[in-house]
Write a protein that binds this ligand. Sequence first.
Ligand SMILES: NC(=O)C1=CN([C@@H]2O[C@H](COP(=O)(O)OP(=O)(O)OC[C@H]3O[C@@H](n4cnc5c(N)ncnc54)[C@H](OP(=O)(O)O)[C@@H]3O)[C@@H](O)[C@H]2O)C=CC1
Ligand SMILES: O=C[C@H](O)[C@@H](O)[C@@H](O)[C@H](O)C(=O)O
Length: 309
Amino acid sequence: MALNKVYKLNTGATIPAIGLGTWQAPAGEVETAIKTAIAAGYRHIDTAFGYNNEVEVGKAIREALAENGLERKDIFVTTKLWPTFFRPEKVAEGFQISYDRLDIEYIDLILLHWPVALSPEQGPVGIPRKADGTRDVETSVTPSITWAALEKLYESNKDKLKAIGVSNYSIPIFEDLLKTAKIVPAVNQVELHPYNPQQKLLDYCESKGIHVTAYSPLGSTNSTLLGDETISKIASAHDKTPAQIILSWGWSRSSILPKSVKIERVKANADLIELSAQEIQQINELHKTHGKRFITPDWGVPVFDEDFE
Ligand SMILES: NC(=O)C1=CN([C@@H]2O[C@H](COP(=O)(O)OP(=O)(O)OC[C@H]3O[C@@H](n4cnc5c(N)ncnc54)[C@H](OP(=O)(O)O)[C@@H]3O)[C@@H](O)[C@H]2O)C=CC1
Ligand SMILES: O=C[C@H](O)[C@@H](O)[C@@H](O)[C@H](O)C(=O)O
């Protein structure tokens, strides 16, 4: 059963292959999604300071654990430090806010949300912008500088924080980070799906002992991937939905974080199958004609790899 599959992290802990995504899952809806997920067997929840729902996510997790006779250790919770906390002196403050909001004894994994720092001068929330409308990026605060501060925080807070990692890191950004990192990130969370499989990045991370988690595994909001002809044919052959085929392709190569606030979808998104080698190969080819990245915030500095390979 897909929900029982776990991947090993370089900390020795395990991360469940399927997690519930909660970006754009607002207060008032995210609670039911989490309770449905945990009752259905999900053991991994992904949130972030930037999603503005950590209070509700934490409360729903606490309640769902109690309702299902589970303990804190039975669930893996990821959150993310937002770039307005990337100055070294801000890292502990950002962590503490997420820790207090979640209120779940400890955080299994915190990620640097993007490899770009934002100015904290306008406050920690959202995306500060300069007068010309561009993001107020602080290029002087490099990923290596923030990572060193996160390493320190982790070393002195192992009761509160079990692993540290990054998100949206490409190979060149890692090459730079790993020159100075004392701790190799446990996880790199990136956009991965059949139109953007990033096999080279997956191979690179594996060679460094970094686990990869797929975000937007369905292609995010209003995904064109769900209407793909090849996927639809494979779905009909198995009497499954396109979403279930896309996730069945995903969960065997990395952990995945499908998001839904709809009860039936939350359940269906974990009801996955083993695809044949031929079907996997057909899906592996799709990016060659339909390559697409769905999450493309304009940071004003290079973040993404140019290709989908
Ligand atoms: N680190 C990062 O920078 C990022 C991390 N993430 C993480 O990854 C998670 C997943 O990514 P996300 O961008 O949300 O996108 P997903 O690929 O998970 O797609 C979510 C969208 O698909 C819909 N959906 C879900 N299940 C189905 C289904 N079975 N059939 C049809 N439509 C479906 C959802 O709508 P509905 O809810 O109405 O069902 C929603 O609109 C996020 O929630 C977040 O936790 C995401 C983006 C960036
Ligand atoms: O995790 C979700 C995404 O990273 C999201 O937080 C960003 O893409 C944000 O909307 C942005 O514009 O930078």
